[in-house]
Design a protein. Structure first.
Lengths: 430, 198
């Protein structure tokens, strides 16, 4: 079980036994795409139902009770059928080409984010080396679809919604990126798979508990991520009490539902990023269990043990990851039905006057933390070192690189945390 | 035609089509939409060339940043419902001429380059996910002056200061420009009204 694209492609290559070259990649790509489409389509289905039930509990209303079987779980399906049947309207004042294509931009952006999001060890469609950077870049495209929907509707409510969304997102992207960088400093990698793997073992290996700055950064990240999904209390773009429906006032039927599928999918995506960066990803947080799972995986990959066991370990990992991310989504729903909506100036003040300085401070603190620790207790972290694997040590020509360094006595360590012996030497000189 | 060249053709055609549509359309926000198509396909071309970092930077800076600001500016300043830019025939002819001239220059330059066959991606050690587009570590190391594509053991003069200092200077410069722009925008708004704000 290496990263899935490679192994599936190899599996089909042996299966087809070289009949038509290139086809194994096509089949593997189709399977990955279908799996990811299901994540994208099924998670809104579940989360919309959850939204109804949680809001029913919190605000003392009735959630779905009549439709479908247990707890009204068929309500989302009934909604879906209703939305498909609705007429596809385009108001005469709208710029029809932009109006029709805006939902697709939202959809494509939040769907494409799942390409680089690992669900378990190696279970990722594109195992990119700068996965975090790519996923943040792709998620930032979603706002463009919203702005275009607001602009092209030809309605003042939509225009106001679009403008608010633009102002909000342009400001909230800054603390989002800086907060995502804080655990990256501790990890020394942008590869989401590697960051997840490094947090193996007991839960204090999670980057959330790595230092006080990452602990605060987790909560700041969560607030900013809630805002970046335009969820309440930051849902100014669709404030229904003042702007009718905000940017989606003029939409109906499937195009309307595309916006919401995109919203729920990107909620899951940002919570998944939070789970990987701060909360251990697919690791359970119980030391011996994680070790056993890791052994099962590595034995399955190397071919010594049974690949079924490794596969099951990965399924468990995917379950743990999905549970963590879904818990994040649940907290977002909880916040939505508990807190009142902010005013737009309060939203901007929260971001520019509080969240940006706080995240800059956390970033600075996280860079200084290992240096301070190294000079006082001559270790670079207060927890035992992450026992997870680090891909960076296997740099192909690490020896050549370290030979080129001015003082070539220590091996090169790729990562922002300085090598321990070097820091200790510098500290003793001072 | 293998899969990679097929994808390249698709994205290259999309890039060109988007670029032409930007010039051909007259509504500013439609131009922005076509620019998204054009720049997004360019990012896809970067991803195809295993340059993940550049592709992601393209998406984040140009599509997610610059274009959103452009549309935001249009929404804030437009007087009518849809802002249009009309071009006169003279402008079309002049623009076309300049464009053709630029195309000629680019073509002449590309013809004079000795194209070498592409270097194979570094063979990955088994079990290391994420080596396919492994441009990040070489990029970071060359920022610090360690060029992984050079033979480092040959002569140690190549271990220079890297690109970190120029990069920092440019970013500080950008920050100065930002603060200056904010200052100018504030000063203009304050000067005419001496009424104290509450």
């Amino acid at each position: 079980m290496m990263f899935a694209a490679q192994s599936l492609a190899e599996f089909f290559q042996t299966f087809l036994s070289g009949r038509a070259d290139g086809w194994h990649y096509v089949i593997a790509a189709v399977i990955h795409a279908v799996l990811l489409v299901h994540v994208f389509a099924v998670s809104p289905f579940a989360f919309i139902w959850l939204e109804r039930k949680v809001s029913g509990r919190i605000q003392d209303r009735l959630g779905p009770t009549r439709v479908g079987g247990l707890f009204g779980w068929l309500q989302s399906l009934a909604d879906g059928i209703k939305l498909v049947q609705k007429e596809d309207l385009c108001p005469p004042a709208a710029d029809s080409m932009l109006f029709r294509s805006a939902p697709y931009i939202v959809c494509v952006a939040s769907f494409a984010a799942f390409m680089v999001l690992p669900f378990s060890h190696g279970w990722v469609a594109v195992a990119a080396d700068c996965g975090l950077f790519i996923i943040l870049a792709i998620l930032s495209l979603e706002v463009f679809g919203i702005i275009m929907a607001g602009y092209s509707s030809g309605s003042k409510w939509s225009l106001f919604g679009g403008m608010r969304e633009a102002a909000q997102m342009v400001s909230y992207e800054i603390p989002l990126a800086i907060c995502a960088l804080v655990p990256v400093i501790a990890a020394g990698s942008l590869n989401l798979g590697e960051i997840g793997g490094m947090q193996r073992g007991w839960f204090f290996n999670w980057f959330m508990f790595n230092n006080p700055f990452t602990f605060i950064a987790f909560f700041v990240y969560f607030i900013v991520a809630t805002a970046s999904c335009k969820r309440a209390p930051f849902d100014l773009a669709e404030a229904e009490s003042e702007l009718v429906g905000g940017f989606h006032t003029e939409y109906s039927g499937m195009r309307w539902s595309f916006f919401f599928m995109g919203e729920y999918a990107s909620m899951f995506a940002v919570c998944g990023i939070a789970a990987i960066l701060f909360a251990g990803g697919w690791n359970t947080g119980i030391g011996p269990l994680d070790e056993a799972l890791y052994l099962a995986r590595s034995h399955g990959a190397s071919g010594e043990g049974s690949w079924v066991v490794g596969y099951l370990a990965n399924v468990l990992g995917a379950f743990v990851f999905t549970t963590k991310a879904s818990f994040g989504v649940f907290v977002q729903i909880w916040l939505r039905w508990t807190l009142p909506r902010l005013r737009i100036d309060q939203v901007m003040t929260t971001c520019l006057k509080y969240l940006v300085p706080i995240s800059c401070f956390l970033f600075l603190g996280a860079t200084l933390w290992p240096l301070v620790l190294a000079s006082t207790i001559s270790r670079t972290s207060w927890t035992p070192d992450p026992i997870g694997e680090r891909f960076g040590e296997e740099l192909p020509d690490a020896k050549k690189l370290s030979a080129a360094l001015p003082n070539a006595d220590h091996g090169i360590r790729v990562g922002l945390t300085p090598p321990l012996n070097q820091v200790a030497q510098e500290g003793s000189v001072q | 035609m293998n899969g990679e060249s097929f994808l390249f053709t698709v994205f290259a055609l999309l890039t060109c089509f988007g670029a032409i549509a930007v010039v051909a359309s007259q509504t500013v926000v439609r131009m922005a939409f076509w620019l998204v198509i054009c720049l997004g396909s360019t990012a896809a071309l970067f991803f195809l060339a295993n340059a993940d970092f550049v592709g992601a930077a393209q998406l984040l800076i140009y599509v997610g940043g610059t274009l959103v600001l452009l549309v935001f500016g249009v929404m804030l300043t437009a007087s009518g419902p849809y802002l249009k830019i009309e071009t006169s025939p003279g402008e079309t002819v002049m623009g076309g001429l300049v464009g053709l001239l630029f195309l000629f220059v680019v073509f002449a330059c590309l013809n004079n380059v000795e194209w070498r066959p592409p270097v194979a991606v570094t063979a990955s050690a088994p079990g290391t996910p994420g080596v396919a587009g492994n441009t990040l570590r070489p990029l970071g190391l060359s920022f610090l002056g360690l060029r992984t594509d050079h033979d480092l053991t040959a002569d140690k003069d190549q271990a220079s200061t890297g690109y970190l200092l120029p990069f920092e200077i440019v970013s500080v410069h950008l920050l100065v420009v930002l603060i200056g722009a904010a200052y100018l925008a504030r000063a203009k708004r304050r000067s005419p009204s001496p009424v104290p704000s509450e």
